[in-house]
Design a protein. Sequence first.
Lengths: 628, 225
Amino acid sequence: MSVETHEGVHRHPAPTGFIRKYIFSIDHKVIGIQYIMLALAAVIVGMLMSLLMRMNLSWPGTSWPILATLFPTGAPGGQMTPEFYLSLVTMHGTIMVFFVLTTAPQGGFGNYFLPIQIGAEDMAFPYLNMLSFWVTLVGFIVILLAIFVEGNQGLGEWFAALGPSFRGGSGTVGPIGGWTGYAPLSALGRVAGPGQGAGMNLWVISIAIFCVGSLLGALNFITTLLNMRTKGMSLMRMPLTCWAWFTTAVLALLSFPVLLGGGILLLLDRIAGTSFFIPGGLYVSGLLSGSNPNFPLHTGGSPILWQHLFWFFGHPEVYIAILPGMGATSHILATFARKPVFGYRAMVFAIFAIGLLGFFVWGHHMFISGMSPYSAIAFSILTLSIGVPSAVKTFNWLGTLWGARIRFTTAMLFALGFVSLFVAGGITGLILGQSSLDLAMHDTYIVTAHFHLVMGVASIFGMFAATYFWFPKMFGRSMNEKIGKLHFWITFVGVYAIFVPMHVMGIQGMPRRYSSFGEYEFLASLHPLVVFVSVAAIITIAVQFLFYFNVFWSIFKGEKAGDNPWEATTLEWNTTSPPPHDNFAGVLPTVYHGPYEFAVPGAPNDYVMQTDLEAEVPGENGHNGHKH
Amino acid sequence: MATMVTSTRPPEIKKGAGTGPGLPGPNGNGSRRGGSFRDPEQHANRYRIGMWVALASVTMMFTSLSSAYIVRASSASDWIALPMPRVLIASTALILASSFTLEVARRKLKASLTKAYTQWVLVTVALGLAFLASQLSAWRQLSAAGLYLSSNPHSSFFYLLTGAHAVHLAGGLLGLVFLWLRSRWITTDAAVLKKRQASADAVSIYWHFMDALWIYLFLLLFLWR
């Protein structure tokens, strides 16, 4: 370890073997790509699950022979059971929120670019960084196992042979409980019905493992940013991406432990007979608590307590998903508008304000839990006040674009799409954030539409923008712009076609998480809309494979990119594409400028890189163009 | 490799272009030779920063468990207060003593008395193990009296909170053992010694925190209600 300090930036020598280089790597760039690959795998699972749900909603009663083959108990004869549908809802939500929206933006792009953008040779704790990825991967494997143990088929049979506590319910593909796993049903165990057996245990364990992985990552991000900035990289010279990743890490650091605590309590209720969340006198599945050895006596627990603990984490979590997208969008808008970010300081404070306020609004998820109307008003006001920093960000994005000669690259299109989706999804937040309106709209499709637009699709757009933007740096080759633009336009129109009609459904009272609406006459007129949404979803999902093709084809066959193809200013564009093992080949850069010096009067290239010298500095060989 | 870094702008362009200040100002990163070496002192600081950051998350976890405790205790009719196992007073004394010995160890290290440092670290490890043994005997006392994890909410929280604390403390013991193993490696290299001091600081911050956390949990469990 003494090598660390003796050799300056060569804190760890470049690995040579395949395993140390690409699998158990401590290089933040490799770990970042590993996170992105994990998210790319998880998002396919989550996306195919949403496809199955749409099929069931729009063509009820249709028999799909392939489903009968794949899920004999979940879809006997090719028709999905309601339990199967509910477990799809659960797994889609859990996988998307945790293993896609939390891993790719932060663990993926943050890991790869935060150290480079602040001029560091790696994260502060490289081994911890490796550990956080592998812990997260174990969490993903456990959540996939949850699908199989609950099914009693194939792998499930094997698990069931281990003993009764490994036996799942019937007719499901996984635990049932939504991504929120509300108590008391989630706390009772198998007695509560299908989807509440071993799969649910694994669901809780997977979330707990994920919490640990995220905490290790957040610890590393914060320490790296505070301690490893290169010379001249003052806080207010950091790219907005770094501010976003930093704030995200702070949110993760303070919110994941709360979920971890709640998860431990939930698991103890499930397997150790405690009553943290289980109230007394519960009557479930025809059994009274305490009347049967399968359903021991529980008293005095508080199901609402779980909601508080969950949403204290859950609300910051949505900002964990979206803030990196905001950072990437600010960064990319400035680069392709060829203008400085409008109101850089205001952007920094807005990120922080959003993060801070995010900790005081969790009650708006619980307006119908029976909370006091006075607390509801307090939560409402705090929730609506998030509109202020959000509006600051939106106006500053527009200000950045104002009067610009925009370069419409695919990355820029996706960044513009992010702004559009953030506004479109955020507007309904102002409606749902008011307790009086939420009482009517809670658990309808308008909620589904709201959060999918603002935290789901918007963050995904942020990540698409980031992918197209940073791909040349990561792989030395550019992604195909023609395919990229096709991908953008179909996806952009597609997501609006999916989620705008859902607002209409929600206002008409269509409840979310129902597997069929056949019995509800007042919703019958909406069926054509439901079919329209499904068709739009199928097209949009199909187009994503174009993106996958573009990524994997471009890694090997894409057009070679230079070191700074976008004429950008920040430190990652100062090094080779891809960067060497220690990012800057032995000489840490020195920073002389703010991050977004575009359209500089008198400059020959219209932009000034952060490392460009302005005046000769006596006694410094800080000009990073020097290579000894 | 000469093309690795490109200057996109000749340096003769005068100050005033762009919005950024011209010269690199101090940013808390200390001085560095030519931008290619990290200052060992500053670099070792990451252990201390990382530890404080980690403790923020530990605090949040115990805050969430405490809030659950307070909510559960105030709403329930089934709360039966546990009799306090007397041995917990011994636990408290042991962990307070261990904080004291670790502080002595840290001072010895600062004074470059490596041998004394090693010995005091070992004394702290012994006190830490004694604390865990004492906690275990409190568990055995309660379970001998028929009070288990699921008996009533207070016993649930007792086992949970003491267990969670014990797991964290065991992590601290691993840290102490790491310090002890490191201290056996004799060196005069200033950078290594700086790193050693930083990791000793980090472990002792953690250990003192676990000490304070135990006192807090003790008060919460037996004085709150």
